[in-house]
Design a protein around this ligand. Structure first.
Ligand SMILES: [Ca+2]
Length: 99
């Protein structure tokens, strides 16, 4: 089993050096952390998505993985917070059981 660290590219960089404005340019990938721990670091094929889970107006990070488990990290005032399970109303972790 291979564990892949979660690496995400940052937003498009503006073309300020004479490059065509149609040319997409990205900053180097960066490891995202929540509470000083890598987000998705123990997941197999982490699949991130941005969504405002708690409806506070700031995008949070939702992470799925190959087996179908869903976790999320809230964007707080100090950055991304601890990754936590996405729970159903009965308190159990949301799991799509992809296998
Ligand atoms: Ca939010």
């Amino acid at each position: 089993m291979t564990l892949l660290p979660l690496l995400l590219a940052s937003a498009l960089a503006p073309a300020g050096d004479g490059a065509s404005s149609l040319e997409a340019r990205f900053a180097p990938p960066a490891l995202m952390t929540g509470a000083d721990k890598p987000l998705g670091g123990t997941k197999m094929y982490p699949s991130p998505a941005a969504h405002d889970v708690d409806r506070d107006g700031k995008l949070d990070l939702v992470l799925g993985d190959l087996p179908g488990r869903i976790t999320w990290s809230r964007r707080g005032t100090e950055g991304m917070e601890r990754e936590q399970p996405f729970e159903k109303t009965d308190g159990t972790q949301l799991n799509f059981s992809n296998w």
